[in-house]
Ligand binder design. Sequence first.
Ligand SMILES: [Cu+2]
Length: 154
Amino acid sequence: MRRIARALGLLGAVGLAAGLAQTHAAPAPVVQEVRVTLREWAVEPREITVRPGRVRFVVRNAGQRQHNLSILGPGQASDVKVTSDNVGAGATLTFEVDLPRAGTYLAYCDIEGHRDRGIEGRLVVGSASTAPARPGSPPAFPAPPPMPSRSYDR
Ligand SMILES: [Cu+2]
């Protein structure tokens, strides 16, 4: 009898933890990594899609001149404006940005004239509902029905 009570207690604790995980829409603590290549005069890929949260950009400069990667957005709100250090020709630089808000951001080189010449792309941060479950954590409840529509389809 005592053993059953203890087992039930454990189940209760697991259920509580699962409930907390469900109600809090905090982004998964996994840092997403995105590889970006800069050159004269383009950023590749031209459109990047990530989940909200922390994003690590691995920026490679395949061009002849210095470039950097700047992130600006979302949209007109522009809460985020960050610029990496300049990356020399042939070099690679890594930097991380917190992007908790869904929306469309600009990804470009802010060295004078470079954006106008084509080093500009789009960074789409999708809504949290599209984030896949963390690996290793079993689903606590049956999966909810799919959302009727998404406005940011690739
Ligand atoms: Cu540049």
